[in-house]
Design a binder for this molecule. Structure first.
Ligand SMILES: Nc1nc2c(c(=O)[nH]1)N[C@H]1C(S)=C(S)[C@@H](COP(=O)(O)OP(=O)(O)OC[C@H]3O[C@@H](n4cnc5c(=O)[nH]c(N)nc54)[C@H](O)[C@@H]3O)O[C@H]1N2
Ligand SMILES: Nc1nc2c(c(=O)[nH]1)N[C@H]1C(S)=C(S)[C@@H](COP(=O)(O)OP(=O)(O)OC[C@H]3O[C@@H](n4cnc5c(=O)[nH]c(N)nc54)[C@H](O)[C@@H]3O)O[C@H]1N2
Ligand code: SF4
Ligand SMILES: [Mo]
Length: 756
């Protein structure tokens, strides 16, 4: 299994490398941003549109899930938010003529960057069996075709309904309702590849699978540990919050194999001094941990807190369960094991312990660096253990802060996009809509790929996303998807998943966040939930990219009417007309949404309840916050091999490639780079500037190869390497997943470097 840079693609991948930067600007110089966006949108359209991002009467940034402060600036977005907006609001168009000129075989040979650059899709398109060109198809025929394929299945569980995290609450609620009324819980989503490990660990230990802090907590925390996250690129406005905390006296610690620029210094263009000076130094301490060493680090910290009696005994007695077991396990921790796993010295761990004991309130923030490991769930449970010891849950300035990725990935889960729904949620659906939803669990992302591979799933429907590029084991996954009878993608932009299809394929083009959504009942808005459980409205202001587009709620409603027929007990046509009617139902089904329509019209929206945060009540199996005492794990890397993490560059949004630079890491004009310690490169007979193949080795003896990566000497711990996804997804075996959460272990792939 090998991958080369796609042939026939005019985009040249020829990386130039300079030293990594030591500061980041969370918010760009405004002029620069308008220029970047203007290249795709025109300057006037760019200015008018950007003025609406994250405003109370505007649309939610389609970038990440970072929350807004209550008080808004005129420009309430970051550079990457502007890129996400420009990507969607571009004036370029992919019309039926484009598909006539480009056969699918041609599209399959193009890079993701090239595909994304072609513009917005304007009409529903159909790829008939055996054909090499998509052709325009009327909406009603497209729905009829899907209905026919679904009707031909041996049962509803042969269909899979994937969701990416940009889908609004309203569309997500309708989508899961449709899938369940049709008869399946096969609702995998991007969360399965993202914060599933956080959800699993937090539900078990605290009773709620979401973060427990609000923005004000970050602003007032005394210690903030940022572990396994690169906010300068992926959540840039988080840097403003960290700066605010810092000014109020907080200590910030970054735990990361890489010295990420955003965590070192921050230049805030919205404060005096702005971009001119050297910026505010943010992190007081950087622990360059080995990949996968975090469980050991937090175990070591737990041991030190217990030994020094830095404990909140009142909290432990009143609110926790399992402390004695955990204490015994933590005290038995061997320091040489912690040092081996983390690559840190005991003195470095003690340094962080001192920070912890001196802080009255601590928050731990994390993202993919913690969630995408085989032992991700026990790692996050270990973070919770340490916070519980000092009572750092459910009081101001303290708590758990998993920082979410996609702008509505958290809301989609709240709306029921989940392959293992809880019984009370299904009961509420039944009572509200008068049908019996399926009770058995559905397929997550990895299981859905296996089902497609094994022929037990035959129809694949995606609400957004880029399934074949975002998922692991690209060769296996692409072969699996090609076996499907029908693949359907509701999309805004072209991507690889439109070129790697089942026997037949449909592209259903939809409205984006930035666009006006006009329905028979008038102009509509949708709602989203950010990473901190704030729910608010989002209203686009641009005319739709094409008159043929339908909104996501309209697509689901019409599809449901066609598939379920006139006897469905669910008023699908009403939902399409007026989204208030969807929100009325959400209010009756989903806890925390009472009076939804009224409260979401309040500027800035409302905050969902969170029992541990609000009242230190823990809806777990024991009724308390649970300590857990798991065996210590960390990746085992054979002699002469490296551990590869696959991560994001500054110029990409997951599989959407905005450009070929990774500014803060000093990479320009190319993406096929591998960041390695100079001594590891030398051990493989390589030096900076050489080209190498990455060969992954899996436990069953199989190997996977990605060809032609430029070696970049980089300050990363010995034995650890980094390269961008999706190019490296070909290296990750489908079965290499986290225990419990089944999330692909994209941050710990055993590889060797082989001269190209
Ligand atoms: N501009 C932009 N913004 C985005 C996205 C994007 O692609 N582009 N994607 C969005 C999505 S869906 C998500 S989920 C988030 C992702 O946000 P991040 O999680 O920040 O994204 P990654 O690039 O995967 O970065 C992982 C970070 O963890 C570190 N790391 C890796 N392994 C380990 C480890 O074992 N231990 C520790 N302590 N650190 C480790 C890496 O060095 C890196 O800094 O961003 C969201 N926002
Ligand atoms: N190796 C490796 N793999 C990873 C990761 C990693 O760190 N390493 N990260 C994982 C993570 S955290 C995630 S979240 C997944 C992401 O997986 P996905 O969510 O599946 O992928 P995206 O690249 O975000 O999807 C982009 C596509 O969404 C469509 N789109 C954009 N906006 C809209 C919209 O408003 N509506 C609709 N219907 N479609 C829209 C466009 O067609 C665009 O091409 O990737 C995962 N894959
Ligand atoms: S931090 Fe995230 S949500 Fe905020 S403007 Fe930037 S990309 Fe958009
Ligand atoms: Mo994500």
């Amino acid at each position: 299994m090998a991958t080369k840079p796609p042939a026939g693609d005019p985009v040249q991948d020829a990386p130039h490398v300079t030293a990594p930067k030591q500061s980041a600007a969370g918010l760009p110089a405004i002029g620069h941003t308008v220029k970047v966006a203007g290249a795709q949108m025109g300057a006037r359209r760019a200015t008018l549109t950007l003025l609406k991002v994250n405003q109370k009467n505007g649309f939610d940034c389609p970038g990440c899930a970072w929350p807004e402060e209550d008080k808004r600036h005129t420009f309430e977005f970051c550079e990457n938010g502007a890129k996400a907006v420009a990507e969607e609001a571009t004036l370029r168009r992919v019309t039926p003529d484009f598909f006539a000129a480009h056969p699918v075989t041609d599209l399959a040979a193009r890079s993701g960057y090239w595909l994304g650059q072609q513009g917005r899709i304007t009409q529903p398109m159909y790829l008939p069996e055996g054909a090499d060109h998509y052709e325009a198809i009327p909406w009603e025929r497209a729905f009829a075709l899907i209905a026919d394929e679904l009707a031909a299945l041996d049962g509803p569980d042969e269909a899979v309904f994937y969701t990416s995290g940009r889908t609004s609450n309203e569309a997500a609620f309708l989508y899961q309702l449709f899938a369940r009324a049709y008869g399946t819980n096969n609702l995998p989503d991007c969360s399965n590849m993202c914060h599933e490990s956080s959800g699993s660990a937090l539900t078990e230990t605290l009773g709620v699978g979401k973060g427990s802090v609000l923005l004000d907590d970050l602003h007032t925390a005394e210690l903030i540990i940022v572990a396994g996250q690169n906010p300068g690129t992926n959540h840039p406005r988080m840097l403003s919050a960290l700066e605010k905390a810092k000014r109020a006296g907080a200590t910030i610690v970054s735990v990361n194999p890489l010295p990420e620029a955003g965590l070192e210094r921050f230049k805030n263009p919205q404060t005096p001094g702005g971009l001119a000076g050297r910026g505010t130094p943010l992190s007081d301490l950087h622990l360059p941990i080995r990949l996968g060493g975090d469980q050991a680090l937090f175990r070591g910290l737990g041991r030190l807190l217990i030994e020094n009696d830095d404990l909140d005994h009142k909290f432990l007695d009143a609110h926790t369960h399992g402390y004695e077991d955990y204490k015994a396990t933590a005290l038995a921790t061997e320091w040489d094991q912690v040092e081996r796993a983390t690559g840190l010295t005991r003195a470095q761990v003690e340094h962080l312990h001192t920070r912890l004991r001196n802080a009255k309130s601590t928050i731990v923030c994390w993202a993919m660096g913690l969630t995408q490991h085989k032992h991700a769930v026990p790692t996050i449970r270990e973070v919770v253990n340490v916070l519980l010891l000092q009572g750092n849950v459910g009081r101001p300035g303290a708590g758990v802060c998993p920082v979410r990725g996609h702008s509505n990935v958290q809301g989609d889960r709240t709306m029921g996009i989940f392959e293992r729904p809880a019984a009370p949620f299904l009961d509420a659906l039944r009572d509200e809509f008068g049908f019996e939803p399926p009770r058995h669990h559905g397929l997550d992302v990895v299981r859905a790929i296996r089902a497609l591979r094994d022929g037990t799933a035959k129809v694949f429907f995606a609400m957004g996303g880029n399934f074949v590029a975002a998922t692991p084991d690209s060769a296996v996954t692409e072969a699996a998807v090609r076996q499907a009878r029908l693949t359907v993608h509701v999309s805004t932009k072209l991507n690889r998943s439109h070129a790697v299809t089942g026997a037949r394929a449909l592209i259903l083009p939809t409205l984006g966040r930035t666009e006006k959504d006009h329905q028979a009942g008038g102009d509509q808005f949708v709602t989203v939930e950010d990473s901190m459980g704030m729910v608010h409205a989002s209203r686009g202001n641009l005319p739709p990219a094409s008159p043929h587009l339908l909104s996501e709620p309209a697509i689901i409603s019409r599809l449901a009417r066609t598939v379920l027929g006139p006897d469905s007990t669910i008023p699908w046509a009403d939902f399409e007309t007026d989204y208030d009617l969807i929100r009325d139902r959400i209010a009756r089904v989903v806890p925390g949404f009472d009076d939804f329509n009224t409260r979401v019209r309040h500027p800035g929206g409302f905050t969902l309840p969170h029992a541990p945060r609000d009242s230190r009540t823990f809806p777990t199996a024991t009724g308390k916050a649970n300590f857990t005492a798991a065996p210590l794990e960390y990746p085992h890397v054979p002699e002469g091999r490296l551990l590869l993490q696959t991560l994001r560059s500054h110029d990409q949004y997951n599989t959407t490639i905005y450009g070929l630079d990774d500014r803060y890491r000093g990479i320009k004009d190319g993406r096929r780079v591998v960041l390695v310690h100079p001594e590891d490169a030398a051990a493989a007979g390589l030096t900076d500037g050489d080209y190498t193949d990455l060969v992954s080795e899996w436990t069953d003896g199989s190997e996977r190869r990605a060809e032609g990566f430029r070696v970049v000497h980089y300050p990363t711990p010995r034995g650890c390497a980094a390269a961008y996804f999706p190019e490296t997804n070909v290296l990750i075996p489908l079965d290499h997943t986290a225990d419990t959460s089944n999330t692909p272990a994209a941050k710990s792939v055993v590889i060797r470097l082989e001269q190209h």
